[in-house]
Design a protein around this ligand. Structure first.
Ligand SMILES: [Zn+2]
Length: 510
């Protein structure tokens, strides 16, 4: 037995099995029941939403031997021949390949003859917007004075391109894009009937990739069955689609939220090692940011069955709404710029660095710091730079807080250290001011002691320098791999001096 592709095998043969177009089906059923038949129908909608399927079902409704009906019998010669695609009075024309006026004239000439088998001659013209102006004119004459036995069913992905004179003579139906949940539900019915094992996440991935087209979803499902050796599992589907594992993107956003360029670039490198598409990654990243924004504004709209729901809700609590909007814009812009980048990896990294460099004034950073500080115990090591950033300080006292490392904290005692070259900051006067600011911030008595000596690069200033250096190194890398720069280097036998490469600096935190 030969294998029949799922899209064909599961093509709906009646209104009842058509998924996702209930509003159109309801109107058509009603018209057929009332026998209020129009002579021209127009089905508009994106690819794969069921336009020609609907046209064939309607052709059966009109020609079923049991009479004009919203429920064709599916057994008479007319029904069977329409299903098999060999009913003589059903003509399907693809306007994309038959745009010329002579072809249209020829077709319309035959329209004058009465049907040979059926009740109606049904002309289905797919992609009708592709017809030439003169072909539309020829059709218009027939539409103005249609023979009783003739029905036109026009289908288009682009109704805007159809002359209004033609549009006004058609009963127009707009078919909806299929929602991923509706597609997934249909796929699971198909697989249950086909006795194929599957997991829900795999179907969610396919539904998302099908972008509203049931036909594409079923073709992908065919491939997934073949790819998975008769089983449809998330890991295999992800691999088949070349889909970006959402965990990569979640880790990326977590790194951006934590203001950690090293971690963000490490994820990008990992993605490159796996040859993942950065264009698809940016599209997915924008999709992820949209879901984070939804989690922040309309949490109910976030599907319960979303595989990465918990992680999205977590990020929604860690990134402020304004930054989410900004990152979304940057992701879209990054995708647009990608073809212009030296290479995809560089373009992707640059997009991440933009997210890290530009953030709304006073946003995110403070909130993250606040949450980290809250979460860390008072005696923690690492929280000093964050605490230092939060204190309302100016001048040399601010420099002291930024350049000092916390050696030890015991109760209300803070033992700090500054490097030798910053010894002047250990001045008692600055120490007292820092102590006062800490007391005010913590709301309790504090003792600050500052020593001069060995430091380990854990001060706020050292951390910021490191980050700046990482950004500059990445910018320098991007510049070096730029085609134009390489040409210049070759032409003048030159060399890129990394230290002269600038990168966008974030404003100094308050
Ligand atoms: Zn029938």
């Amino acid at each position: 037995m030969s294998y029949q592709v799922l899209a064909r095998k599961w093509r709906p043969r009646d209104f009842g099995s058509l998924v996702g177009q209930e509003h159109v089906v309801r109107a058509l059923r009603h018209a057929l029941e009332q026998k209020r038949l129009h002579h021209a129908y127009l089905f508009a909608g994106t690819r794969g939403v069921g336009k020609t399927t609907l046209a064939r079902i309607l052709a059966k409704c009109l020609n079923c031997e049991t009479g004009v009906t919203p429920q064709p019998c599916g057994k008479c010669t007319a029904c069977l021949e329409i299903d098999a695609g060999r009913f003589v009075d059903l003509l399907e024309v693809d306007a994309a390949t038959n745009t010329r006026v002579d072809e249209m004239r020829q077709l319309l000439e035959t329209a004058q003859y009465v049907p040979s088998r059926g009740r109606y001659k049904v002309y289905v013209i797919d992609e009708v917007h592709m017809l030439s102006a003169s072909a539309f004119n020829a059709m218009l004459k027939t539409l103005e004075e249609p023979p009783e036995h003739l029905k036109f069913i026009l289908a288009t992905t682009d109704p805007q391109k159809i002359p209004v004179t033609v549009l006004s003579r058609c009963l127009q139906f707009n078919l909806k894009q299929m929602l991923p949940a509706a597609i997934a539900a249909h796929l699971s019915r198909v697989l249950e009937n086909e006795n194929v094992e599957f997991d829900r996440e795999a179907l969610a991935l396919i539904s998302r990739a099908a972008a509203g087209s049931m036909r594409d979803a079923l073709s992908l499902l065919d491939q997934a069955i073949a790819h998975g050796g008769g089983r449809v599992a998330a890991a295999g589907v992800r691999e088949m689609l070349g889909a970006i594992d959402q965990t990569h993107l979640l880790r990326l956003l977590a790194a951006v939220a934590a203001d950690d360029p090293r971690a963000a670039i490490a994820v990008a490198d990992e993605m490159q090692a796996r040859s993942l598409s950065f264009d698809a990654a940016l599209a997915d990243l924008a999709g992820l940011l949209l879901r984070i924004a939804m989690a922040q504004t309309v949490p109910d709209a976030l599907g319960e069955d979303l595989p990465e729901r918990a992680a999205i809700v977590d990020l929604a609590g860690r990134i402020d709404a304004e930054s989410v909007q900004l990152y979304y814009e940057i992701a879209l812009q990054g995708r647009e710029d990608l073809p212009l980048a030296p290479d995809e990896h560089a373009g992707f990294v640059m997009t991440l660095l933009r997210m890290l460099a530009f953030r709304p004034e006073g946003a995110s950073r403070d909130r993250i710091i606040l949450e980290k500080t809250k979460a860390s115990t008072p005696s923690a090591d690492k929280s000093w730079p964050e605490l230092a950033r939060q204190l309302a300080l100016t001048g040399a006292t601010r420099e002291l807080a930024r350049n000092a490392e916390l050696r030890r904290r015991e109760g209300s005692l803070f033992e700090l250290a500054v490097p030798k070259e910053k010894a002047y900051l250990a001045d008692r006067n600055y120490q007292d001011k820092l102590q006062a600011a800490l007391e005010q911030h913590l709301g309790s008595g504090v003792t600050v002691k500052v020593a001069v000596g060995e430091t380990s690069g854990a001060s706020a200033a050292a951390i910021e320098n490191g980050e700046r250096e990482a950004r500059r190194a990445e910018a320098a890398r991007a510049v070096r791999s730029d085609g134009f720069v390489q040409d210049l280097v070759d032409l003048f036998d030159g060399k890129v001096v990394d230290s002269t490469v600038g990168s966008k600096e974030r404003g100094t935190p308050k």
